[in-house]
Ligand binder design. Structure first.
Ligand code: ADP
Ligand code: UDP
Length: 236
């Protein structure tokens, strides 16, 4: 597989073309950003940790029947993925109230939600990724039909029930997470992007210690130690 030109550099990854028009190389960066990139930092080795964590979680999901973009790991920081047209919706799944949900609705941080919430955010940095309703998604043409939104919701809930149980067995609470979906060349909806401590919240089941990017957002420190702990538990 030949790595060709850089086609996109985002906050957490660089995406490269390859000699196969249907495949991309995702390279995980050590950069950390929060609050729509107003806070920036770097943690050596973070990219490699996220690559390993995301690869492992995508493999578990694949075994349970979730279609994903992952083809194979290429190096510590690189993975080969199926090229997709990304649906510009960040699908957020929440089991416990925190972050923007607590801020927006005044829900007590740590409240166990009576049922799992699935929310859609319009993936647009200029607009600060605003929360959107189904009708907003349809008006903006972010998806073709209501059925597509139902499919995204359904897959996101499936991912949650698989990963929630998986992490529970590892002594971690899966508080909330964000996923992205893409459409491949054959029109299939695939889980794309990554699932890592950059895009999830994990709390230790015993102590509620935060083991995710909130350590960077809130300036708690020891970000890499926390990501290493998540990887250790995933592999345990
Ligand atoms: P951001 O764009 O939010 O800063 P990243 O730094 O993670 O995020 O950049 C990776 C970009 O690549 C994201 O915009 C993501 O939607 C996109 N992407 C992820 N997986 C694929 C894929 N399989 N095909 C095409 N684009 C993808
Ligand atoms: N999230 C993400 N990318 C974003 C926004 C949120 O990966 O651009 C993840 C975040 O890590 C958390 C979940 O989605 O696991 C819910 O985030 P929230 O809406 O509470 O946003 P925040 O408090 O980070 O602004």
């Amino acid at each position: 597989m030949e790595k060709r030109e850089l086609i996109y550099e985002g906050k957490g990854k660089k995406m490269y073309a390859t000699d196969d028009a249907n495949l991309l190389i995702a390279e995980f960066k050590d950069d950390l950003t929060a609050f729509n990139a107003q806070k920036r930092g770097k943690e050596d080795g973070k990219g490699a940790l996220n690559n390993k964590i995301s690869t492992q979680l995508f493999k578990i999901l694949k075994e349970k029947g979730i279609a994903t973009h992952l083809v194979e790991t290429l190096s510590d920081t690189e993975q080969l993925v199926k090229k997709c047209e990304i649906v510009p919706i960040e699908v957020v799944v929440r089991n416990i109230a925190t972050g923007s949900l607590s801020k927006r609705l005044g829900l007590k941080e740590g409240m166990v939600l009576p049922f799992t919430l699935v929310e859609f955010y319009y993936k647009n940095d200029e607009l600060n990724d605003p929360i959107v309703t189904d009708e907003h998604c349809l008006v903006m043409g972010l998806v073709k039909s209501e059925k597509d939104l139902e499919t995204l919701r359904h897959i996101a809930r499936e991912i949650n029930s698989i990963l929630f149980k998986f992490f529970e067995a590892k002594g971690l609470k899966l508080v909330d997470f964000k996923v992205e979906f893409g459409i491949d060349k054959d029109g299939n909806i695939l889980l794309a992007d990554e699932i890592s401590p950059d895009s999830c919240r994990f709390w230790d089941a015993q102590t509620n210690e935060k083991l995710d990017k909130d350590r960077f957002r809130q300036g708690i420190g020891e970000v890499k130690v926390a990501y290493e702990e998540v990887l250790r538990r995933i592999l345990s």
